[in-house]
Design a protein around this ligand. Structure first.
Ligand code: GDP
Ligand code: MG
Length: 703
């Protein structure tokens, strides 16, 4: 592949072909950096300089001499030896200065040599020439524009023409953000590029000043004539560029002076103190750490090559985003290695302090590593991703903390059950007590979380989430306990009511009197009052404060109260209707009749004297029995009113076998058909009784 690092031999510092003839960007850049920097972290302490100018104008020769690089140069003997086209990059820390041939410039310098073909000669290569120049402007702090002295003033295609095009495209690509073309971390200085005109074979007849005046005038004219985007219509060349001019003597004719001139130029790349000609001004720097620069320059090239909009601040943000993302992920990967096992061990040991220590260490390691590596990128992006990093860390922690507190929270939830189970305190209602204990449990849970919160190991959102989850369980537990208690109250009441009714109401109905329903209702009501009264609240003097209170909310109290009353009525309804079946009623009537017919006031059997006596007694006894019969058919109180339950099915939720009754049907115990049947049966029995009685007279008289 083309990205093989090609080394050239003459100088000490090898070069890499950054962009090849096929206009591909080298993938070998990180390896190249690694090779020349080792593990040195130079952050932003480096400079980028490029050269641009006609073919064979001595560019590579100058760079090699100035920076001890080894760019390919044309051999003086073999005229026009083709050097490899492309953009070459070389690293150097050696500058040729008046202090010495290999002066350390204090910063690492990356030198870009554009090796083109002469655009004037080969039309199709103008494209490369232009793109290379654009690229050089986009990624460099200083762009050397190399030209022969005799080219100056001759407005010809090679230099000014190319510059015009480059300025134009540069403006359309970068210009729109010219006012904010500051480095991405928004230092107030505006980003600029230094255009350093190096005039070769400067003989000295025309002084440098007048040459630079000529060039400046030309450049300003070019700038004026540029078609500029609206956003920078009124801009001047100085909004984007600083201009500087240097003359170099003839390399062959004045070789000594040439070397001196080069050394002086070298001084201006190295000596920053008290040197007003120092060339690397801070506002030229892109403020990217070197490891971001390779990505930045690649995307610049990509944009230029693909004619996409090239927008420097955006590029820098993109680079920052990519790099800080990468750093964030690497950091997480590194410090969360083995996280599951490590935390699981601590969770198993249920050691809270150890968990807090462990998580704190992981978090500190992550943020320290991230800050160190990512802190150099655009501050906004660095901070954005820092927040992201923290939320990723917190998300992992929240999971762990949830696992960890699981045991504790189930313990807490169980304690609610236990507490309520041994709750015999009558001074506080069941519900208030439930809430009180719940609040204590909630507090314990929150306290438990606070320790993690204090160390900033769990964020507000996760805290809320965990607390909400816990409270949901707590509420569920509360409801379970409430339901259980309601169930217990109901089943207790139902049992008591059933016993009472079965014993008493049936015995009342078995020997009915005319006011049997008065008696039944009196019993029923008093029993119900008594049983419900067990749930009344009594103060210390034994006075009732409320009639019915099972310790829940007033609403729930009401519901249960109604439900219990409904149950009582159901039990009564079932008992009465089940008991007063046809045969039972016939039996009751016969008993009633016989008691009256066959026994006197002292319960002594009557000895019949004559049929008249039998007939009279029969009439009385039968009418008494029939009166009772009426009472049993429809339940009425002695004032004649039908008995109607005071709780409607619609007032309660009945979910079990409580039995459903109808308010109007309650009192209607025996219907017309049944009544007929019972009457017939009863008549038969009466007749038997009468016949028996009459036989007894005969027997008596026979004796
Ligand atoms: P490049 O194509 O611009 O990189 O030019 P080179 O550095 O390869 O040099 C092209 C030719 O110009 C070589 O033969 C050099 O020896 C010669 N050369 C280099 N510098 C100078 C100079 O300052 N003056 C003159 N007259 N010739 C030079
Ligand atoms: Mg060259």
């Amino acid at each position: 592949m083309s990205e093989v690092i090609e080394e050239v031999s003459s100088g000490d510092n090898a070069a890499i072909q950054l962009i090849n003839e096929a206009k591909e960007f080298s993938q070998g850049l990180p390896a190249y950096f690694q090779g020349c920097l080792g593990n040195r972290d130079i952050d932003q302490n480096y400079h980028v300089i490029s050269v641009f100018g006609s073919q064979s104008s001595g560019k590579s020769t100058l760079l090699n001499l100035l920076f001890n690089t080894s760019f390919d140069t044309m051999d003086a003997q073999q005229k026009r030896q083709q050097t490899t086209k492309g953009i070459w990059l070389s690293h150097t820390r050696e500058v040729n200065t008046n202090q010495g041939a290999h002066t350390d410039p204090k910063s690492d310098i990356f030198v870009l040599d554009v090796e083109g073909s002469d655009g004037a000669e080969r039309g199709e290569d103008q494209d490369f020439e232009r793109k290379a120049a654009l690229f050089a402007i986009a990624v460099s702090e200083v762009l050397i524009i190399n030209m022969w002295e005799q080219q100056i003033g001759l407005y010809q295609g090679n230099n000014m023409g190319l510059l015009k095009t480059v300025f134009e495209v540069n403006l359309s690509l970068f210009g729109k953000n010219s006012k904010s073309a500051a480095p991405a971390d928004a230092t107030s200085k505006k980003h600029k590029v230094l255009l350093l005109f190096v005039i070769r074979d400067h003989i000295g007849v025309t002084p440098l000043e007048s040459l630079s005046d000529t060039l400046t005038t030309e450049l300003e004219k070019v700038w004026k004539e540029l078609s500029k985007p609206d956003s920078c219509k009124d801009s001047s060349i100085y909004d984007f560029f600083d201009l500087k001019f240097v003359g170099l003597s003839h390399k062959i004719l004045r070789a000594d002076k040439f070397v001196e001139d080069v050394k002086e130029l070298g001084d201006n790349f190295t000596v920053s103190e008290n040197n007003e000609n120092y060339l690397f001004k801070p506002e030229y720097h892109h403020m990217l750490p070197l490891d971001g620069w390779s990505m930045y320059s690649e995307s610049c090239w990509d944009q230029i090559e693909n004619n996409k909009d090239l927008d420097l601040p955006t590029q820098q943000i993109l680079v920052a985003r990519f790099k800080t993302d990468e750093i964030m992920n690497e950091t997480l990967e590194k410090y969360f290695q083995g996280y599951e096992t490590e935390t699981q061990n601590v969770i198993d040991a249920n050691d809270k302090d150890k968990l807090i220590d462990l998580l704190s260490t992981i978090k500190d390691n992550c943020t320290d590593a991230y800050d160190e590596m990512a802190g150099r990128y655009a501050k906004k992006v660095y901070l954005e991703n820092r927040t992201k990093l923290l939320s990723k860390i917190n998300a992992r922690f929240a999971e762990t903390i949830e696992f960890f507190i699981h045991a504790t929270s189930s313990e807490l939830l169980d304690s609610l059950k236990k507490f309520v189970a041994r709750d015999n305190d009558k001074s506080i209602s069941f519900n208030d007590n439930l809430l009180k204990v719940s609040a204590e449990i909630s507090k314990s849970f929150n306290n438990y979380l606070t320790d993690f919160k204090e160390k900033d190991l769990i964020d507000d959102a996760s805290t809320t989430e965990l607390t909400t989850k816990f409270n949901k369980f707590l509420t569920k537990k509360q409801n379970e306990l409430r339901d259980a208690r309601v169930k217990a109250i109901i089943s207790q009441f139902k049992k008591n009511m059933t016993f009472a009714i079965k014993d008493n109401v049936i015995s009342l109905l078995a020997n009915p009197t005319v006011d049997v329903w008065d008696k039944v209702m009196t019993f029923f009501n008093s029993r119900m009052d008594e049983l419900l009264g067990r749930y009344s609240t009594v103060n210390e003097n034994g006075e009732r404060i409320s009639d019915f209170e099972v310790g829940f909310t007033p609403e729930l109290n009401n519901t249960i109260y109604t439900r219990l009353r409904y149950i009582a009525w159901s039990v009564l309804n079932n008992t009465v209707h089940d008991y007063l079946k046809e045969d039972t009623v016939v039996g009751i009537l016969r008993d009633k009749f016989e008691n009256s017919f066959r026994y006197d006031e002292n319960d002594t059997p009557i000895l019949w004297k004559d049929e008249q006596q039998i007939d009279n007694s029969f009439k009385v006894a039968r009418s008494e029995a029939l009166e009772i019969f009426d009472m049993l058919c429809i339940a009425r109180k002695s004032d004649g009113s039908e008995i109607i339950p005071d709780v409607n099915i619609d007032d309660v939720e009945v979910e079990d076998d409580m039995g459903i009754y109808h308010l109007e049907r309650f009192a209607h115990i025996i219907n017309e058909i049944q009544k007929e049947k019972i009457s017939r049966q009863f008549k038969k029995q009466l007749n038997m009784c009468v016949i028996d009685a009459k036989r007894s007279i005969i027997t008596t008289t026979t004796h």
